[in-house]
Design a protein around this ligand. Structure first.
Ligand code: ADE
Length: 228
């Protein structure tokens, strides 16, 4: 998969790409991530990427030409996503959907947003990472990339497979324990020490249902449950 990020702060992405699973995914060529500095696509000598809004009012708007020119360089077929609080809320299902794309372009907004004409002509989809306002789309782009990249084939090993993740089948994760067996008077549930894999799997299944019912009952309505 290729992911292209259009941003006025490409430097923000450097540390993000240099650690952990994202770094490994790049090394394995599971994903190819490129950043495009919007200033390099400005058309005037001051490299202006923003301007005052027509009609007046506070803030600045990202100009259409630099975004258009940057997108012109990106491969087809592609899905162009604009990160904005006005988009559909991102979730695990959307992460799965985006992970199927060959080319994904992420446009990071700043200031009051982007010129409407680029949004109308070139943006396929607007995505928000939640109902709050950030200073720009860079952190949301990282959130989306992190959720998507871990779903790509061969990125996670068996030991941290996505099968046990929260939201897999629409349920939250079960509780986890590690050594010591007793910590400040609290013991690890006996079943996890039993070595009985069937019983353990059953306990985990029940716990996932219980955790979801307690913490996010809204999820149960659309959870992908079997007859058991
Ligand atoms: N840009 C600013 N706030 C945002 C949000 N909540 N989601 C996506 N992009 C944004």
């Amino acid at each position: 998969m290729r992911i292209d990020i259009i941003t006025i702060f490409p430097e923000l992405f450097k540390p993000f790409l240099q650690f952990g699973i994202i770094k490994k995914a790049c090394e394995k060529n599971a994903v190819d991530i490129q950043t495009f500095d919007l200033r390099n696509y400005a058309t005037d000598k001051h490299q202006m990427v923003d301007d005052y809004p027509y009609g007046g009012g506070p803030g600045m708007v990202l100009k259409p030409e630099p975004i258009w020119r940057a997108l012109d360089e990106l491969p087809h077929p592609r899905r162009v996503v604009f990160l904005t609080p006005q988009g559909q809320t991102f979730d695990q299902e959307k992460a799965w959907e985006l992970s199927q794309e060959k080319n994904l372009a992420l446009i990071c907004g700043r200031y009051e947003g982007i010129d409407e004409r680029v949004r109308e002509k070139l943006v396929d989809e607007e995505i928000s990472i939640g109902d709050y306002v950030l200073n720009g789309g860079e952190v949301p782009a990282m959130v989306i990339m992190e959720a998507v990249i871990r779903l790509l084939p061969d990125v996670l090993g068996d030991e941290d497979s996505v099968v046990g993740d929260s939201f897999y089948q629409g349920l939250l994760d079960h509780p986890h324990y590690t050594r010591p067996e007793e910590f400040k008077g609290q013991r690890v549930p006996q079943v996890l020490l039993s070595g009985d894999h069937k019983k353990i799997a059953n306990w985990r299944k029940k716990e996932r249902l219980r955790q979801t019912l307690l913490k996010r009952p809204d999820l149960l309505k659309k959870a992908n449950l079997d007859s058991e």
